[in-house]
Design a protein around this ligand. Sequence first.
Ligand code: GCB
Length: 617
Amino acid sequence: MKTVSQFLAFTFLIFFSMLMNAQENLITNTHNRESISLNGTWNYIIDTYETGFYNYRWKEKNENDPEAYWNKPVVNNPSDRREHGYTDANTLQVPGDWNSQDNIFKYYEGTVWYQREFDAPNLEENQRTFLYFGAVNYEAHVYLNGKKLGMHKGGFTPFNFEIPQDLLQEKDNFLVVKVDNKRHPDEIPTVNTDWWNYGGITRDVKLLVMPENFIQQYAVQLEQDQDISSAKRKKKFNIEGSLKLNKEAHAEEITVEIPELKVKEKLIANGDQLDFNFTVKKLELWSTENPKLYEVIFNFKGEILNDKIGFRKIEVSGKDILLNGKKVFLRGICLHEEIPLEARRAKNIADAKKLFGWAQDLNANMVRLAHYPHNEYMTRMADSLGVMVWSEIPVYWTINFKSDSVYNKAEKQLKEMIIRDRNKASVIIWSVGNETPVSESRTNFMRKLVETTKSMDDSRLVSAALEVGYNRNKNYIDDPLGEFTDVISVNEYLGWYGDLPGSKAQSNWDLAYNKPLLISETGAGAKGGYQGKKEQRWTEDFQKWYYEETIKMMKRMPENYSGMMPWILSDFRSPRRNHPKFQDGWNRKGLIDNHGNKKKAFYVLKKYYEDKEQEFE
Ligand code: GCB
């Protein structure tokens, strides 16, 4: 018995440390590191039966099995039997979801093998190489020249694997990724979501060229304990930071420079972690009006790493949210990582420009990146445009809150999200989930996520989108999770799910917590171009009416009301939306339709945001 439990404990430990390692090994700020892009055309095999992975006894294939799809299908003799192969006739673009690239993939959920070859770069002595993936949805097994480099789960966060030096060939490295987007009850997200399960290598792939030891992760920010008003008065700001090296260093020098602030700190590293702090004068804080970013330069053993970092303080004071000591109102909008005009995942700078262009047209100063971490182009652009960001993990609806392993998967995605974006001033809220049903196990699960977030990062707020209790004339917000989050955020759909928008006129609100209140969602569906009476559901007029009533109702919200982020910027694909005339596979709550046309409600919200901007100037 003892040995069995010891064995289980040992297995758990190994499993757990594998999970932990994934984030500890994550290399951040890959935009500014030496790399070779592996984007472009890849070959593929659709493998519905997972023949390339399992043998006929459903066991993972032996590494050298010539019929394992990670191995090059070589034919040495005419008598050799090969039953798979990669061909230029079957190609997919990376990055990109597979669903939008060929009709055969439109509804596909399962395994696709991606393959391409690449030549090694000229490496200097001791240089190391890593394969970096911005995101693969959902499960990725990565193989190079027939050897497995690793596996990653989670469709919206980055990961990297080192290539052992003796594995990298000068020419024709055979790179294969098994991608599987099947939904499972015990994964994050689970089987049920209101968005399209786009599969594939959806974000950039790079070969990172790294020195023997390097700065792997870092955080540089305003010290959180200082009183921002007195810091502004005294023109003296404390900045704190931490660094994580890939390997232990022994009395080695690292410099941190911010030339514009005349900062040049010399640090001595012993071990693989290092904390530091210093004081600066004349700091321009990052804000929505002035999204000031400073060039920060790290130098470790002659290797330079640059970043652009904004410094700001976001905090809660009673019922208000303060940015740099000043009360802010979040003129937000929710969005999915999707370009509706092409019914595909967003993936690059041009896409980020399109989405932020729409949000700024609306006069929004904030975006809720729902319901999973979006690509890094989005948060980088938010930093430079001065748009505040809510970033979330896909703990969505009813997941298995009783399972430790499900918790570990959620926590791993949370850590990957934080590590990737912790230096982005624009990110002001980490969200640990959306509309999770109240129960003891759920609240414990979510509370642990909140605590983990706070232990990793004290420089932003933590929230989760909660649900509202509807009650005639008195709606209440008293989810027990609210005790643990910094701000109370609720999704509110009175007038769409239940009743008509007119019912908002009578509704009042009770809030159990004296914390800032955000409306993290509210919205109604409308088919773009469909006009009619306002009582006619699916018309633009119905949606407009809904927004008018919502805005009126907001005036009767408790004083804690600090912003809203209606659902949603544009129509998005969803397998749950099957009305043939009005939906046709699209969630129609967008303020912009899938052809890029603005619906009437867009202008109602825009006007409200213009008024709010003036009020808070
Ligand atoms: C919600 C969900 C969101 C859905 C939306 C809807 O509350 O958070 O993911 O898409 O409602 O349209 O019903």
